[in-house]
Ligand binder design. Sequence first.
Ligand SMILES: [Zn+2]
Ligand SMILES: [Zn+2]
Length: 336
Amino acid sequence: MQPHELLLPRPEGLYCPPGDFFIDPVRPVERALITHGHSDHARSGHRHVLATRQTLDIMALRYGADFAGSTQAAILGEKLSLNGVSVSFHPAGHVLGSAQIAVETEGLRIVASGDYKRATDPTCAPFEIVPCDVFITEATFALPVFRHPDATHEIATLLKSVEQFPERAHLVGAYALGKAERVIRLLRDAGYERPIFIHGALAKLCEYYQSQGVDLGPLEPATIEGSAKGAFAGEIIVGPPSAFADRWARRFADPVACFASGWMRIRQRARQRGVELPLVISDHADWDELTATIGETGAGEIWVTHGREEALVRWCELAGIVGRPLHLVGYEDEGD
Ligand SMILES: [Zn+2]
Ligand SMILES: [Zn+2]
């Protein structure tokens, strides 16, 4: 069997004809296999959904319990057969519950990685290399300029600023699923024990992470209604980036605007967003991680879903690996 007979791009998403299922479809389908809970990958309205327990839980939290007709929890590392095609889920190191999906038949194995990273993240299981013939990767940060520093270094910068400006509130913009919890956990690992104040939009997911054994320490609502001017001076407040545009953010004491994102590597982007303290913390692989991972899978062929496809495809060619852009539409980068 040829790789494109096992998986191919369709407008709905990656489709497996012999298995009759889609991976991370962007439109409602009969059977969907979901890599992780970010909204561009995990959508509601599919008839059947197969994903890890944590991804199913996260989808239920975000879309309500009736987000799919029926669900099945995939156990990491366990093979299942769908119409004779073997599928298995393996940790992707991206956010809690995130998994790569291996699809295999007649000795041909394709791994769809969803989003992934190799850097240490205390809030989810680390990425596992799954040897394969075809590796499907994203290319969000696929340019040599994207080299993410160690996240602990960025957290140390944040804590130093908190110490230097005790009269100011530090507002950290971090996406609700994965990034916010990671930032909070990294602050705890760095020895920060004070309560961390969170925007209401983060409450349910933070609670879920805690229920899954990710200790986030004391969290309190960042409710500003009725509080005195100058409230939250010296404190750290974490909220979704979207909240920083509203009135909510302007009421804190002389806030230092921080944003935790891989995009903060580009100073101009930070300036455009009015970010005073950019924190380069990414839940996606950087250039070195992408190229190292491609090599480690041993794949002879690389399919690139979205991002800087041309650069990665070109790198593959130079490395003697077949690279093919899939031009999938509908994937943004909620997680970064
Ligand atoms: Zn994505
Ligand atoms: Zn993602």
